[in-house]
Ligand binder design. Sequence first.
Ligand SMILES: *Cc1c(COP(=O)(O)O)cnc(C)c1O
Length: 370
Amino acid sequence: MTNLVSANIATLKPYQPGKPIEELERELGITGSIKLASNENPLGPSPKAVEAVRQAVTDLHIYPDGAIFKLRERLAQKHRCDMSEILVGNGSNEVINMLIRTFCQPGDNVVVSDYAFVAYRICATAFGVDVNSVPMHDGYVHDLEAMAAACTDDTKMVFVANPNNPTGTYVGEKPLTAFLKSVPEHVIVVLDEAYVEYALAKDYVTGMDLRDVRERLVISRTFSKCYGLAGLRCGYAVGPAELFDYVNRIREPFNSSSLAQVGAIAALDDEKFVLRSVSSNEEGRKKMRLALEDLAPRGVTWIPSQTNFLLVGTPVEGTRVYDAMLKQGVIVRPMAGYGLTRHVRITIGSESEVERCMDAFVKALDEVHA
Ligand SMILES: *Cc1c(COP(=O)(O)O)cnc(C)c1O
């Protein structure tokens, strides 16, 4: 008898999302919890997007536009490219998935960093594609030279999240440009810019400005983070039309819902909301950093971040701190699944959420005697 599933699926660990508030409250019989586990926007969704979605619900009996015309047109305008260079997905996770399914065959490989966003690994493994994971520099920064050197004839794609999740770190213009030039021509470089709006470092550069440097470059973005639309499921990529022509052959007919399409267009027109989100994040990031600095004598560390979260080093196992915080109704993200056993990842919340979180963090340290 043949196996029901392939070995790569039999051994695959499913993606572990942040714990939903409802689940925690059901389990502990508590109310008023906060979730700082999935890098969601503490300001909520863009109000313009909410209004557009509200208006569109009356047409839910109609199939969405399978060509995603208006959203792609709007995105092409934003990124000064042709509509054929825009690929929209049900979240950028689907974009990653479609790219792997289109361009990789079993036996091929993709190159990622240790501590890269786990979705690349999961998607590749699910399709029987090998994952070549490259150690990071000290400080949890992508080692781009090593990643380029790791590419073989069988490498189809290299994934670089910039800034990266779960580390919050980034690579600057110089190393990134050199990398794009040095990766072998046949390889598709995927730059995942889920947190681009939060990256304010002077030497940060978006891949949108480096499209001339390399032919096979795909840049992915999402509405899930700074636009506050994680529940809507909308992400997209900008890249060569020649590549997306192939992707469109496997893309599901209605992979972007009608609500996602109108919500995303409205969100793009809500620049004020993005600016507010970024400045609120800056404030929160500062506040959290100061609170964490005070805890340095207790063995707490943190990694400089260009995102809306911080990877925090804990003096004991991260899961113990996570559990002790859960009991106080504060959900953060344990990192053991990434092999970061003495860390938790904390999303930067609103001012009051940061206060409550840091309070719960200190009490958790007390409880585990750290
Ligand atoms: C959150 C995140 C995404 C976004 O995923 P969506 O499917 O668009 O919600 C993509 N890449 C990284 C690195 C992320 O952290």
